[in-house]
Design a binder for this molecule. Structure first.
Ligand code: 1CP
Length: 366
């Protein structure tokens, strides 16, 4: 099992716990900040490591994952890191073939078409065998970070993964996947349940391997309406958090969990009562109203429009100050409302991080 790889007790002591404290609802000495897709193509050193290599081969190399995770930390004083991997490693572990095609993104060789196709999926997934390479990457990275900042593990949520498995790749309408929800609701629930079962094992394994927090990406929440979200997404998000927490508790472990349901502003109240410590927000929600709607129940993460990084630095600083004033400095983790894009200027990412630290220190002193 991955527990034998290197024992957790050997990990270096954590020096910056601002992210973990904010996730637990505290007010650290500054507001912690990290960026979704902070390891990415906007960094020349990332493009250099990735050049000429297959994307999923890179994901299967613990050394490459470790290096790509550490790169942004060498440039910017981020308060957290996220392991380099992808959400589509789960469909692969369930027996589906996925390739990352340049210019096209993830592409499934043989997507699910009809309910009978569920029989093609592995009924029982041995997560410790199939996803062992992710666990090794986490353990190695947790050592190599040397306690600088916490390491976040992650997964795709069931609905988002289901939509990729049926669409076979990126989509604007997601009509093939949504067709299943309306035409094959029972098979949809069967698939979502299969995914949730694998995800629970996967997240527990990530913590055993050294992950200090977990983020669940429901990136395709926004293409569902409130009714479909309540039936096909929310119950699984809740089930995952509750089961992972129960399993960790048995082992005397407890890590904060973050839910990011992109564009699910209609479900903010429900998300804040879903057993996650942190709700991560996209930029379509106003910080103040997010606080009013969630009260003291959860910490919040987000939510600057990534495209604000195209603005001049002074304007970025202004936008950040207003965002901090809106969220407040307690139980708040600054981030973007979604991932960084490849054409973004690393300098402006640095300006974003510095602005969060500077403005929040001033606000906290008051
Ligand atoms: O060659 C490359 O480097 C391709 C770009 C890339 C990268 C850097 C892909 C392809 N995946 C990743 C890594 C990745 N994916 C991380 C790493 C760590 C970090 O954030 O720094 C994470 C957290 C993900 C998660 C992921 N993959 C999500 C959820 C987050 C989100 O963006 O909403 C999703 C939807 C994916 C699928 C995916 N992987 C890659 C692409 C281009 C896509 C989206 C395709 C599409 O739907 O159009």
């Amino acid at each position: 099992s991955n527990n034998d790889f290197i024992l957790p007790k050997d990990f270096p002591e954590l020096k910056n716990d601002t992210f973990l404290r904010a996730a637990r609802g505290e007010e650290p000495e500054h507001v912690p900040v990290w960026c979704m897709r902070q390891a990415g193509r906007y960094l020349p050193e990332f493009r250099e490591i990735r050049a000429g290599k297959d994307f999923f081969d890179t994901c299967r190399s613990p050394e490459n994952c470790c290096e790509l995770t550490l790169q942004p930390l060498r440039r910017f004083p981020f308060d957290a890191s996220i392991i380099f991997s992808d959400i589509l490693v789960i469909p692969q572990a369930m027996g589906m073939e996925v390739q990352m095609l340049t210019g096209k993104g993830p592409t499934f060789t043989d997507p699910l078409k009809e309910p009978e196709d569920l029989q093609r999926l592995r009924a029982k997934v041995d997560v410790n065998k199939e996803l062992d390479y992710v666990f090794k990457a986490i353990t190695l990275t947790r050592h190599k970070i040397e306690g600088k900042v916490p390491l976040i593990g992650f997964t795709g949520a069931p609905w988002t993964l289901m939509s990729y498995m049926i669409e076979g790749g990126g989509s604007t309408t997601h009509s093939k996947a949504k067709r299943w929800l309306y035409r094959h609701p029972d098979s949809s629930h069967m698939l979502l349940k299969m995914l949730a079962d694998v995800i629970v094992e996967y997240l527990v394994g990530q913590v055993a391997a050294g992950a200090q927090a977990l983020q669940v990406f429901e990136s395709h929440a926004g293409i569902l309406g409130p009714v479909e979200f309540r039936e096909f997404s929310l119950p699984y998000l809740r089930d995952i958090a509750r089961r992972v927490k129960d399993r960790l508790k048995e082992k005397g472990q407890d890590v904060p969990m973050i839910v990011f349901a992109k564009d699910a502003h209609y479900a903010l109240e429900e998300l804040s009562e879903s057993h996650y410590e942190v709700v991560s927000l996209d930029w379509t929600i106003d910080p103040r109203s997010a606080r009013e709607r969630t009260g003291e129940k959860v910490s919040l993460q987000g939510n600057m429009d990534p495209c604000a990084l195209y603005a001049p630095k002074e304007q970025i600083s202004d936008i950040v100050r207003k965002m901090l004033e809106g969220f407040g400095t307690r139980g708040y983790i600054a981030n973007l409302g979604h991932g960084l894009y490849p054409d973004m200027d690393p300098e402006n990412v640095g300006a974003f991080v510095d602005a969060v630290h500077q403005h929040s220190k001033l606000l906290i002193k008051q």
